[in-house]
Design a protein around this ligand. Structure first.
Ligand SMILES: C[S@@+](CC[C@H](N)C(=O)[O-])C[C@H]1O[C@@H](n2cnc3c(N)ncnc32)[C@H](O)[C@@H]1O
Length: 397
């Protein structure tokens, strides 16, 4: 983590300050909540190469520590290092330690087939049928399907990084161009996929989570989202060795108002996964539960409004805001920290974590002279984030 330690500075940085290739927009100072007295900390807003982010400056022992703010971190890391150096130069810091000089930092090549979630929100388009595999693990099944069905666009979801890396290697070696891989929780991913577009969703050997059922992939909400994205006659396909998980899923599925479900025991598939081989050796039964979609749904609207319409009397409400989390059934809001911009009235930063419990989002809200907006970019357009945003608006009234 790039950082600079200095024991004194000889010049005050006055914002806004614009230099050739960097600008410092504002400096916000930590606000002391009554329940949380701590050392003063500053958030310095930098703009470099059209990217805005924050640096953190705080006292550490007898010195000052300058580093990147985690929530707003940008890539490549060299940009952050340069910004740290720019600040230190500007205040004429007397540097004791620095690891920001290495400009030969290797930038990871962009992965053609590894996409982040923003890609699916803003750019993903295909005329092909989509098929999704959830928790692809070693990827044997995903790769087999992609080879057999070159006209289908596959999306592989996985949260285990080594599995992702392994499958990306295979995709490259086997020169497959119809798989996109996403490191994202499958329970939340489908919110971003258009309705009636998906031919098949494979969930093979999901973790049964017997002791933590809330972590299971299958739930009423997941099944409903699956039915929305599936096209007519599209299928949600569970394959499991766990009798408990099989019972749990068949109960959920048989409580649907309508639908067709087929169940197979010990059905052979053309490809067998690592897990499957292990369970078969142990003589365990393998259950397939396939739900066919018999409905067509309206398209989703990802055009959520994340604006703050009303003026925010930040100087007044700052005294009433609390770091105690607001927890609702399907979302939460936690105000982590507050900062004020001393040169301007009713201005500052609110650091929050909010949204769904499974995929909380960390962000800053920037308030400048009563006008608030999310710093850097808007939250992902999910229903949990929208609910949290609406609650937040109420809290900031
Ligand atoms: C038991 S392994 C099965 C892997 C593979 N399907 C197979 O049959 O060999 C379950 C996989 O699901 C992944 N997984 C668990 N929860 C997930 C979630 N919410 N979203 C995406 N992947 C998940 C795990 O990381 C793990 O690789």
């Amino acid at each position: 983590m790039p950082h600079i330690v200095f024991d004194k500075f000889n010049k005050e940085l006055v914002t806004p300050l614009k230099k050739e290739d960097v600008s410092f927009d504002f400096i916000a100072k930590s606000y002391n909540f009554t329940e949380k007295i701590r050392k003063t900390e500053y958030k310095i807003c930098v703009e470099k190469e059209n990217k805005k982010f924050l640096l953190t400056l705080k006292e550490k022992d007898e010195n000052y520590l300058l580093k990147a703010d985690k929530v707003t971190r940008v890539t490549p890391v060299q940009l952050v290092k340069d910004a740290l150096n720019d600040y230190a130069n500007e205040v004429e810091a007397n540097i004791i330690f620095s690891n920001t000089q290495d400009s030969n930092q290797k930038v990871r090549p962009t992965q053609k087939y590894l996409k982040d979630i923003d890609y699916f929100i803003n750019d993903f388009k295909t005329d092909k049928e989509i098929q999704i595999e959830i928790g692809f693990g070693s990827g044997r099944h995903l790769i087999h399907q992609a080879k057999e069905n070159p006209d289908v666009q596959f999306i592989g979801l996985e949260i285990h990084t080594p599995s992702i890396e392994q499958v990306l290697k295979q995709i490259k070696i086997q020169e497959l161009d119809n798989i996109l891989v996403v490191n994202y929780d499958a329970r939340l991913f489908m919110e971003f996929i258009n309705s009636n577009k998906v031919g098949k969703i494979f969930v093979h050997f999901p973790v049964p989570w017997d002791k933590k059922p809330h972590r299971r992939v299958y739930s009423n909400a997941f099944i409903n989202e699956a039915l929305r994205v599936l096209k007519l006659e599209g299928t949600l396909e569970l394959r499991t060795d766990s009798r408990k998980y099989f019972d749990y899923c068949t109960e959920l599925l048989t409580n649907l108002n309508s639908g067709r479900i087929t169940i197979d025991i010990n059905k052979d598939l053309p490809i067998s996964s690592k897990y499957e081989d292990r369970w078969k050796k142990q003589g365990k039964n393998i259950y397939d539960v396939i739900l066919s979609c018999n409905q067509e749904d309206e398209d989703i609207n990802l055009d959520y409004n994340f604006s703050f319409d009303e003026d925010i009397e930040y100087d007044k409400i700052i005294e009433t805001l609390s770091t105690k989390a607001v927890v609702k059934d399907d979302y939460f809001i936690h105000i982590e920290d507050l900062f004020t911009i001393e040169e301007k009235k009713n201005s500052g930063l609110i650091q929050i974590t909010f949204g769904s419990f499974d995929r909380p989002l960390s962000k800053y809200i920037l308030i400048e002279e009563k006008k608030a907006r999310y710093f850097q970019d808007l939250p992902l357009p999910t229903s949990a984030n929208m609910k949290a945003h609406n609650k937040l608006k109420e809290m900031l009234k």
